[in-house]
Design a protein around this ligand. Sequence first.
Ligand code: KG4
Ligand code: ZN
Length: 322
Amino acid sequence: MLADGREIRSSVVSSQIALHAVHGGVVPELAARAHLEGLATVVDAALAPVPGGWDAIDAIAVTRGPGLAGCLIVGTMYATGAAIARGLPIVGVSHLAGHVYSAWLADPDLEPPYLALLVSGGHTECVVLREHGVAERLAATRDDAAGEAFDKVARLLGLEYPGGPAIQRVAPSGDPRRFPLPRTRLKGAFSFSGLKTAVRYLVRDLGPAALDENGVPADPQVVADLAASFQVAAVDQLVAGLEVAADRTGATTVAVVGGVAANRALRDAVGARFRGLRVVIPPFDLCTDNAAMIAAAGWQRLRVHGPDAPGFDVDPSLAECA
Ligand code: KG4
Ligand code: ZN
């Protein structure tokens, strides 16, 4: 729950990591069911510390897309029901805008224009928020998203889901120079499938004797060295792409947002590379998916565009980023 669109009064996240970890990735049907089962409890928990509870709420923001259709439908149906019952305005917000606005939420002095590197499990893009409600996408991935690459490489290495935190955990004990990996540089785009495939071939080329019965490297040092080599290459690609976008736009402020922005190596690399610019990277719990960022983006959307008519459709592939 946000006050005045920018002050976090409460933030409750119900993680589905344990639910999906046993399957090695997100199972859409389970995700939607878990949303249905958990939503009312999460909303009650978010309202519990707010004096007045529902009576203190002026508007409801909900994610309209992009995301898994079943999850988006559960969320919008719940929010629409609550809005109608309480007579409140509702806004359907882009998940991507939520990430872009997580920087605005995290730094009370930040105002557009700013350039955001948005790196999540489903997206890798450079976006300029020109003014509230107006954004331009400068670059996007041609294939895998950065977070997806972390998740897939972790799987190749026998590390748990989600892969980003797992790779970050083992990489510090590895040698990032042991396995040279390619850096894909494309004009106005990102690509992570080549890097992921290169790791796959490295694992294969270790030979059967070096792999355990699941086909993953048996030696923990090899796992750590591969994780470190992958992480440094992935971070290099992201920072290089952000640098091109910053040069092109003459940005003076850059933000890094989305689940992968929780990555320590990426945070450090961006801080070092953009020393002359203002760098905003939200705290970890605003990087990974959360409702506070959706409320912040929703606050601005409501101000700029007004409310949506209840009954609006979800859009699993919504591309809008403001
Ligand atoms: O934004 P997010 O919570 O959900 C999506 O919108 O996709 O991002 C989730 C992604 C996952 O791929 C996860 O592996 C990655 O963010 N991630 C990380 C880290 N924490 C989460 N990647 C690298 N390092 C991390 N510390
Ligand atoms: Zn996200």
